[in-house]
Design a protein around this ligand. Sequence first.
Ligand SMILES: O=C(CO)COP(=O)(O)O
Length: 251
Amino acid sequence: MRTPVLAGNWKMYLTPAEGRQMIETLRPLVEGLMDREIVLCPTYTALAAASEAIEGSNISIGGQNMHPAREGAFTGEIAPPMLKALGCRYVIIGHSERRQYFGETDATVAEKVRAALTEGLIPIVCVGETLEQREKGVTNPVVEIQVRQGLAGLSPEELPGVIIAYEPIWAIGTGRTASPDDAQQVCAFIRSVLAGLADDGAQQTRILYGGSVKPDNIKELMNRPDIDGALVGGASLKAESFARIVRFEEQ
Ligand SMILES: O=C(CO)COP(=O)(O)O
């Protein structure tokens, strides 16, 4: 039995005050839901306020990225222990926006996944194909390389400690969701790739779908056997819409 994960990625939105307000509104709307993990990933500058705002609730926080080193002369970067010190339990690694705009590769993803696990952070590793790759019919091989290289060096025992987020790039922020069946197909394929790395581990590893997840499509997505939750962008900025997603409630 895999515990569902509903994670919000705030990207470069919400100031500390706005983030605090969102969480204060969210808390009563998701209170008592202990059978799923509820995660918010604010900007670095909103993490401290978010950390205070979630205290005593069933909501956890995570970083959106981090540097793999524990400390060092890396201007503008944030180290894993710094996320940990602010109360983060999770960290998003290798989001397609990081890959596209900040030169992240499967090799840097692997380095960061290792660093996250060493620090006791749960990495949410993002993979997904471009529209061009989907149209060429190479979704599976593209995603397989991202999974294999991004998780390179992990032992079979470590695999269930990682969360994979399948986010087709053409579905991010476009309002164009992969159909639940298409998303299920790729998530099932990812699980088969994971089974090659760790047989039992693959059955325990959570695989999320991300890309224009909304209250009106979450239920359908969650009905699919290999989709264990969602990584939500735009719809996680408002407490009401994120709460509906967390509750698998259609509008
Ligand atoms: O990139 C995403 C989450 O990480 C998805 O963003 P949207 O939900 O806004 O499409």
